[in-house]
Design a protein around this ligand. Structure first.
Ligand code: FAD
Length: 348
């Protein structure tokens, strides 16, 4: 009998688990409520293959990036609109030590394949728009997922899918995080940072980080289609504005945008971009992070009906599709999860 699986939370994690389970023929009940601090409605969705300070190739990039591209391309084909945009990343080198790191990394073939020198137009942007006394280089293979649009598209598609039942009455108690009671049947918890209030999952090593970004108008446009990554990142949007972020804070998760974050963002933008800018809006969300910074996927060791996808951290667009696939394989075919992401690591 095809008993429906219940998914609690419909951010990036919930949407990706839903995609994978539907692909495997499951029926779903989705428990969906947008609560303060949700990350995905504000997620900038960048994928940067060399995101670390020392330009290391991202962990499991060779598995996670193809899974992400495959998932987003399949959803784009089904919905008929672009959601993931490939985009070069203009990385500003911070200081002399980073410049030396870069020289060393360029000698490693596995890193060098993600790097190229700036084109003449990009050089012009660096010279006239950016503050880059130690230079800049281009990371290839990255881009950004329009996460809010992705969620809209997924919600619309799943609302008209007869295999999916949204917020059925029997799941009402699951919507109250502090009273999260086991439901009947298999449940996958995709609650983002709020998992730390869930009695089933609160013992995991949660370390959520509040993040803020601003939407701005750059008075002198960059002149090239790139994401800038320096003291802050600048992500130009199709409408001519840009997102600028992001901050990290470890408290006040339910509070709205803060004056402190705005000061930090303005300072970092002025340290990255040399032109004037106009602030249009400020946005806030909470990244679901656990202390080892790896995704969390798997089964509760004491309550085998309960599963989780969490811990997507600052890299949900990259690791979400890969982790959701592995989770669905574990649920449906009993496949073993990689030790590093298995939720069981918190229950030993
Ligand atoms: C400022 C900022 C910048 C970021 N930048 C990037 C980036 O550039 N690249 C990148 O890949 N990632 C980035 N991220 C991270 C990325 O957005 C997250 O990893 C991802 O969105 C997490 O998705 P999630 O579904 O796990 O959590 P969420 O998006 O928080 O979704 C959880 C959902 O579950 C709902 N929920 C919770 N409990 C319940 C319940 N009991 N009942 C019903 N609903 C419930 C919540 O309301 C929410 O809608 C950023 C995040 C922030 C905040």
């Amino acid at each position: 009998m095809n008993v429906p699986v219940t998914i609690v939370g419909f951010g990036l994690a919930g949407a990706l688990v839903a995609t994978e389970l539907l692909r495997r023929g499951r029926r779903l009940r989705i428990v969906d409520e947008t609560l303060p601090g949700a990350a995905s409605p504000v997620g900038p969705g960048q994928i940067n293959p060399l995101a670390t300070r020392r330009f290391r190739v991202g962990w499991k990039l060779d598995e996670a990036l193809p899974a992400a591209l495959d998932t987003y391309r399949a959803i784009e084909a089904a919905c008929g609109e672009p959601l993931y945009r490939e985009c070069p990343i203009l990385r500003v080198v911070k200081d002399q030590a980073q410049a030396e790191d870069l020289e060393n990394r360029r000698k490693e073939p596995e890193t060098a394949r993600w790097i190229r020198g700036p084109s003449p137009a990009e050089q012009q942007c660096i010279a006239t728009r950016l503050r880059a006394p130690f230079g800049a280089f281009v990371t290839v293979g990255g881009g950004w997922l329009d996460v809010p649009r992705f969620l809209e598209v997924m919600r619309r598609a799943l609302h008209s899918d007869p295999r999916v039942h949204w917020n059925p009455p029997e799941t009402a108690t699951l919507r109250n995080p502090s009273a999260a009671l086991p439901a009947s049947g298999t449940t996958v918890w995709c609650e983002g940072w709020r998992a730390r209030h869930n009695p089933l999952w609160r013992h995991m090593d949660h370390n959520p980080a509040k993040g803020e970004w601003m939407r701005v108008r750059l008075c002198e446009p960059l002149g090239v289609k790139v994401i800038v990554n320096g003291p802050c990142w600048i992500l130009p949007l199709p409408d001519g504005t840009a997102r600028v972020g992001a901050t990290y804070a470890w408290s006040s998760f339910e509070a709205g945008p803060s004056a402190d974050a705005r000061v930090t963002l303005v300072k970092n933008l002025a340290a990255t971009y040399s032109g004037a800018f106009e602030i249009l809006s400020q946005h806030v969300g909470v990244r679901p992070i656990v202390r080892d910074t790896r995704p969390v996927a798997g089964r509760h060791p004491k309550h085998p009906e309960h599963w989780i996808l969490n811990g997507l951290g600052s890299k949900g667009a990259l690791y979400g599709p890969w982790a959701a696939r592995l989770l669905a394989d574990a649920m449906e075919a009993g496949a073993a999860l990689p030790r590093e992401i298995d939720a069981a690591r918190f229950f030993r």
